[in-house]
Design a binder for this molecule. Structure first.
Ligand SMILES: Nc1ncnc2c1ncn2[C@@H]1O[C@H](COP(=O)(O)OP(=O)(O)OP(=O)(O)O)[C@@H](O)[C@H]1O
Length: 366
C-alpha cells in the first residue's frame, strides 16, 4: 500500500477557482474521508487524485513518486463510483474480473483473484448472477470487488453509499470499515454525510468552498473544532450557536451573556475579542441536561426516539435551540424547560467564525 501526498493543489474551471492551495499528507493504510457541503470541491479533488481531472497547479505524490502527469491507469489507484458503473449484461464474476481481462491475466490467476474478492465481500454464491438480480448493496459490493482485484495502492470512493437506503448504508459502513482493516489499504472516501465521515475515518478533511477547513481525527473535530463551520458540520444534531455579548475577560476566561440573558464564564482565551464584542457560543445538543438554573428554552417540538428525547425550541429572541436528553425525559411540548450547561463543554467563536483557544483550568472573569 502507499502514502498519498497532495502539494499545493489549485484548480480552476475557467474563471472559477474551485480548489485553493490544498496540501494534505495521507499516511499508509489510512482511511481519510473528504467531507463538506455540496459544491465544496470534494469530488474534484478526488478526481484529481485519480487522474480524471487535471490540476491547474500542484503535485500529487503516491509513495513518494510524483504522479501528477501520469495516466490514471498508471497511478496504482482504483476508484469506486456512486453509480456502481457495472455492466448489466455481464455476470458478477465477469464484472469483477473485467480489469483483469483487460490486462489479459491468465485464467487460473484471474479465478483466484475474483474468488478471493468474492469471499471478502460475501459474493461467492452470486458470481453467476447478473447485476439486475442483486440488491443495491450487493451491486455496490461488486463494484468494490472490481477495485480489489486490481490490487491498487490507493482506493478512492466517490459517495459510494448514497444510492442505498438508510439501513443498508449503516450495514455497508460497517462492511467498508472491516474491508479497510482486512485489506490494510490506503483509502480516500468522499461523502457529504458527516455520520459516514465520523464512523469510518481515521482522519477527516473538512472542505469549505474549496479550502481545507480542518484535517484531524473524528474526535479532534468533534471536541476541538477550529471554526464555526467545522463545529456546525460535525456532530448530530448540529451544534447550537447562540449569539452572545462579551461582558469581560481575563487571561484564561471569557464572561459572556447569551441571548436570553443567561451569563457564564467560559474557559477560553479572549484573543482579539474584548468587552462589548459580539460572539457566538456553541453548545452541542447532547451537552445540556435538565437543571434548576441555566438556559430557559421553550420546547416547540419533541421527538422521542426511545434512547434519547430530541427537543427543538427557542431561547431569548427566538434563536433556535436543540437539546438531546437521555431517555424518556420529563418534558412536554409547549412548556418551558431550564437546561444546565457546563461551560467546559462550550465553544466560543469570534466574528470571523474562528474558535477562541481553550484553557484547561477555568477562572472567574470580571
Ligand atoms: N467540469 C466542470 N466545469 C465547470 N465547473 C465544474 C466542473 N466540475 C465541477 N465544477 C464546479 O466545481 C465546484 C466543485 O464541484 P465538486 O463536484 O467537486 O463539488 P462536491 O463537493 O463534490 O459537490 P457534490 O457533493 O454536490 O458532488 C462546483 O462549484 C462545481 O460547479
Amino acid at each position: 500500500m502507499a502514502t498519498l501526498d497532495l502539494l499545493s493543489i489549485n484548480k480552476s474551471f475557467g474563471a472559477a477557482k474551485v480548489l485553493h492551495d490544498i496540501s494534505l499528507a495521507i499516511e499508509d493504510k489510512e482511511f481519510v474521508v473528504f467531507v463538506g457541503p455540496s459544491g465544496c470541491g470534494k469530488s474534484t479533488l478526488l478526481r484529481i487524485i485519480a487522474g480524471l481531472e487535471e490540476t491547474t497547479s500542484g503535485q500529487i505524490m503516491i509513495d513518494g513518486k510524483d504522479v501528477s502527469d501520469a495516466h490514471p491507469v498508471d497511478r496504482g489507484i482504483s476508484m469506486v463510483f456512486q453509480s456502481y458503473a457495472l455492466y448489466p449484461h455481464l455476470t458478477v464474476y465477469e464484472n469483477i474480473a473485467f480489469p483483469l481481462r483487460v490486462q489479459k491475466m491468465p485464467q487460473p490467476e484471474m479465478d483466484a483473484a475474483v474468488n478471493r474478492a468474492a469471499e471478502i465481500l460475501q459474493l461467492t454464491d452470486k458470481l453467476q448472477l447478473k447485476p439486475g438480480q442483486l440488491s443495491g448493496g450487493q451491486r455496490q459490493r461488486v463494484a468494490i470487488g472490481r477495485s480489489i482485484v486490481r490490487n491498487p495502492k490507493v482506493f478512492l470512493f466517490d459517495e459510494p453509499l448514497s444510492n442505498l437506503d438508510a439501513a443498508l448504508r449503516g450495514d455497508m459502513r460497517v462492511e467498508l470499515s472491516q474491508l479497510h482493516r482486512s485489506l490494510e489499504a490506503t483509502m480516500v472516501y468522499v461523502t457529504h454525510d458527516q455520520v459516514e465521515a465520523m464512523t469510518m475515518a481515521d482522519r477527516i478533511v473538512v472542505l469549505n468552498a474549496g479550502r481545507v477547513e480542518q484535517f484531524g481525527t473524528p474526535m479532534e473535530l468533534y471536541h476541538h473544532p477550529k471554526t464555526k463551520f467545522v463545529a456546525s458540520f460535525i456532530g448530530q444534531p448540529n451544534m447550537n450557536l447562540l449569539p452572545a455579548k462579551v461582558l469581560g475577560s481575563d487571561a484564561k476566561s471569557l464572561k459572556v451573556e447569551l441571548d436570553g440573558g443567561h451569563q457564564m464564564v467560559v474557559p477560553v482565551e479572549a484573543g482579539l475579542v474584548s468587552k462589548g464584542d459580539n460572539v457566538e457560543v456553541g453548545i452541542r445538543p447532547e451537552h445540556v441536561s435538565l437543571g434548576d438554573s441555566g438556559l430557559s428554552v421553550t420546547v416547540n417540538v419533541l421527538e422521542r426516539l426511545g434512547g434519547v428525547s430530541i427537543t427543538y425550541g427557542a431561547v431569548g429572541n427566538g434563536t433556535r435551540f436543540c437539546a438531546s436528553l437521555p431517555g424518556d425525559a420529563a418534558i412536554r411540548e409547549g412548556t418551558p424547560v431550564t437546561l444546565a450547561v457546563n461551560p467546559d463543554d462550550c465553544h466560543v467563536f469570534d466574528a470571523n467564525g474562528d474558535v477562541l483557544s481553550r484553557q484547561a483550568a477555568p477562572e472567574l472573569a470580571g
